[in-house]
Design a protein around this ligand. Structure first.
Ligand SMILES: Nc1ncnc2c1ncn2[C@@H]1O[C@H](COP(=O)(O)OP(=O)(O)O)[C@@H](O)[C@H]1O
Ligand SMILES: [Mg+2]
Length: 214
């Protein structure tokens, strides 16, 4: 969690190896990911902020793209896997639709289904509820928790939405200017003394009444 520009996306890009740190190192379960096969062994999947679907491909083609491109499975098995992952995010029957025919929340769920095709042990979500209306955001939050419980996947969720953070997180880190100011269980984070963190949490609290007003 952290304000815009605090380094949340940059952190995720480092974890999945899209960028290399100038200093320090990224470790997964104590093992440095640099110059090793850790990243291959830990199947990581990222759900990008924009959903990043290819608009000219159907939902099924988007979700199965990785398997098809790398010829990892025969076509009929890819269809079965795709349908299974779409069902996991509540989108059964949307295989032949185009991304443009779906709502923002549904597109986000397609992006999650595409991540699930990797059979990931770790899913990273970048701002999964931004650009969504409050109800669709709620569905995504429930989806993140449900996948954790049903398939046992660890999730790192990056967000500037503190309500989402408190809803889904076992532990919350607060980033500011590229630094991890706090990393706490949610209850302890509320009591954390960092002044910017407190302002961040209160700004949200003050906005909420306006959001529910008609
Ligand atoms: N590839 C890059 N090279 C240099 N600076 C970058 C790069 N990507 C992001 N930044 C800068 O790093 C800071 C953190 O960016 P980012 O992680 O995207 O923030 P956010 O917390 O909103 O996701 C910003 O000031 C951004 O302009
Ligand atoms: Mg970002």
């Amino acid at each position: 969690m952290g304000p815009s520009g605090s380094g949340k996306s940059v952190l995720l890009r480092h974890i999945i190896g899209l960028e290399q740190p100038d200093e320090g190192e990224i470790r997964l379960n104590g093992q440095s990911v640099q110059g090793s096969d850790v990243l291959d062994r830990y199947r990581l999947a990222m759900v990008f902020q924009s959903a990043a679907l290819l608009n000219s491909l159907t939902v099924a083609e988007n979700v199965g793209l990785y398997l098809a491109e790398h010829r990892l499975r025969p076509p009929e098995e890819i269809r079965r896997i795709v349908s299974e992952k779409l069902a996991l995010v509540g989108l059964e029957g949307t295989e032949d639709k185009l991304p443009g025919q779906l709502s923002g929340g549904m597109r986000k769920r397609v992006a999650i289904a595409r991540a699930l095709v990797m059979e990931p042990q770790l899913i990273l979500y970048d701002e999964p509820t931004s650009e969504l209306d409050p109800l669709s955001a709620q569905v995504i939050a429930e989806e993140i928790l449900s996948l954790r419980d049903r398939i046992g996947v660890t999730s790192i969720v990056v967000t500037h939405d503190s309500a989402l953070a408190f809803q889904v997180a076992d532990r919350i880190g607060f980033l500011h200017d590229g630094r991890l100011v706090a990393l706490e269980k949610p209850d302890q984070l509320r009591a954390h003394p960092d002044p910017l963190l407190q302002r961040f949490l209160q700004a949200r609290a003050h906005r909420q009444p306006q959001e529910v007003a008609p």
